[in-house]
Design a protein around this ligand. Structure first.
Ligand SMILES: [Zn+2]
Ligand SMILES: [Zn+2]
Length: 280
């Protein structure tokens, strides 16, 4: 609508944009391709920004649709997605659009803000609406499994959680230099994600961060009494988790904490239980 209203003043820009967009429209969504070394793809990103409509409306409004039979800690805390119960699984469906402004939104979306912390700079990618489902066991087991690249859990705001590994060929410390102020960034298909403490959800506190793909909850760096895990509660295991009564859950349960490992506040290492599955 905005474009129509302003068409007399920006007609030439619009025509140029359409011309640039045409080849992209027929090439699928992987427009800003592959590796994180950028300069030439930056121009592509900028052109894409002016033509993208897929991420509009994602910053301050989102739709929550949670099955009434979900346990309270999920039903009452998870937002911006649809969660259903299917057999022995909970199925989380998310568009993965962060419900806040970010320097990784298209500049035309209304959700764009240049929010990069000093010393950080954008990677060439732009947030794009996804169609991600995580099928997570409702009754987690203790069989253990490994994390891999891609969605390994989902935050209470609908943004997917990645493990501590960077994209192949990259290091996490290099990737951390590309995080926005929420500590998130998008992949080359525009899939926005966190590897480390997501500051919009928790910042050195005990908040519920999300759920891991094996079905266990993830909390912030602290316990609800503000103690560090392992002081008044059992020590964290190699996966950054432990078992004790947690007031948010209302019973004794295994759970992960954001863990300070090698000076990075990581979300997930490997899993305590068997992981569910994802599609995207
Ligand atoms: Zn990443
Ligand atoms: Zn704990």
């Amino acid at each position: 609508m905005k474009l129509k209203n302003q068409i007399t003043t920006i007609r030439i820009m619009a025509l140029l944009s359409v011309l640039f967009a045409l080849p992209f429209l027929f090439s699928g969504c992987d427009l800003v391709s592959s590796d994180d070394s950028d300069d030439d793809t930056t121009l592509l990103s900028l052109l894409l920004l002016t033509n993208s409509t897929s991420s509009s409306g994602g910053c301050n409004s989102c739709v929550t649709n949670n099955d009434s039979s979900l346990p309270a800690w999920i039903k009452d805390n998870f937002t911006c997605m649809t969660i259903t119960v299917s057999g022995g699984n909970y199925v989380f469906s998310t568009s993965d659009l962060p419900p806040y402004s970010s320097g990784y939104y298209s500049t035309s979306s209304g959700c764009y803000t240049n929010d990069f912390p000093s010393g950080n700079s954008a990677n060439p990618n732009v947030i794009s609406s996804q169609n991600i489902t995580l099928t997570i066991p409702a009754t987690p087991n203790t069989s253990g499994s490994t994390t891999t690249t891609g969605p390994m859990g989902v935050g209470v705001n609908g943004v997917v959680l990645f493990n501590e590994d960077a994209a192949p060929g990259d290091t996490l410390s290099a990737e951390l230099d590309t995080m926005d102020s929420a500590n998130g960034h998008p992949t080359d298909i525009g899939m926005y994600h966190y590897h480390t403490e997501p500051y919009k959800l928790t910042n050195n506190n005990s908040a519920l961060v999300g759920i891991a793909l094996d079905g266990y909850p993830i909390f912030g760096r602290l316990e609800t009494d503000s103690s560090t895990p392992g002081t008044s509660t059992p020590a964290l295991d190699a996966n950054g988790g432990h078992t004790h009564v947690h007031s948010t859950i209302g019973s004794s349960i295994y759970h992960y904490h954001v863990e300070n490992t090698s000076n990075n506040l990581i979300l997930l290492e490997d899993f305590h239980g068997s992981k569910g599955s994802t599609t995207f």
